[in-house]
Design a protein around this ligand. Structure first.
Ligand code: FMN
Length: 186
């Protein structure tokens, strides 16, 4: 993740190319419920989520200059509809959102976000995924996003400035043998 951007704009058309790649991520039942709200004037977004007082103390000023933000959306009800179709009805997942042991709308959105991050890296950009936390309703209203969409998070995109890792980034990677479980001792 990059949290320190240059303000240089993205070349024309690049953002659409990246989103075209992101939408090719896999989705449960090929539901394709992930959508994107493109914010090419990021100040509109920051005005909603960062009050002037918080902005003065915000530890990542280099994030605020990223030339583009993509708010990643999902539409949970689309899964219920999809899984009510004949080829999926036997799963019972068409009964309602509460029938889903794993809410695949979040899983699929994560897959799409990661496609976007990888596509951005391949294009020489930096990117950062971050949460909207308590601002979901305000962002939906302020950016004219349909009310039945949920916000998964936001991706900042732009050319990277010198790296400024966060405290989370500096945590060591857990050893491989600690994170792999075998059904029986290897
Ligand atoms: C679901 C998720 C939520 C995240 N939320 C934030 C966030 O709100 N703010 C932030 O600066 N980074 C956020 N990150 C980035 C992580 O901190 C980062 O991926 C991790 O520290 C590892 O660093 P690296 O991706 O640079 O290797 C998030 C990452 C994920 C996958």
């Amino acid at each position: 993740m990059c949290r320190n951007f240059l303000s240089d704009p993205l070349p024309d058309g690049l953002l659409l190319e990246l989103l075209d790649q992101a939408r090719r991520a896999p989705s449960a039942g090929n539901t394709q419920a992930v959508e994107f709200c493109v914010v090419t004037e990021p100040e509109r977004y920051w005005q909603i989520t960062l009050t002037p007082e918080r902005r003065a103390e915000f530890p990542w000023p280099g994030l605020l200059v990223a030339p583009a933000l993509v708010v990643v959306l999902t539409e949970p009800e689309r899964y219920v509809k999809r899984y009510s179709e004949p080829d999926k009805a036997s799963t019972g997942l068409g009964d309602g959102l509460e029938a889903w042991p794993v809410p695949y709308w979040w899983v699929d959105a994560g897959m799409a976000v990661h496609h976007l991050l990888v596509a951005a890296t391949a294009a020489g950009l930096g990117s950062c995924f971050f949460g909207v936390f308590e601002h979901e309703a305000a962002v939906i209203e302020g950016l004219d996003i349909p009310e039945d969409r949920r916000i998964v998070g936001t991706v900042a995109l732009g050319y990277p400035d010198e790296d400024r890792p966060s405290s989370s980034s500096s945590r060591p990677r857990r050893p491989l043998d600690e994170i792999i479980h075998y059904g029986s001792p290897p």
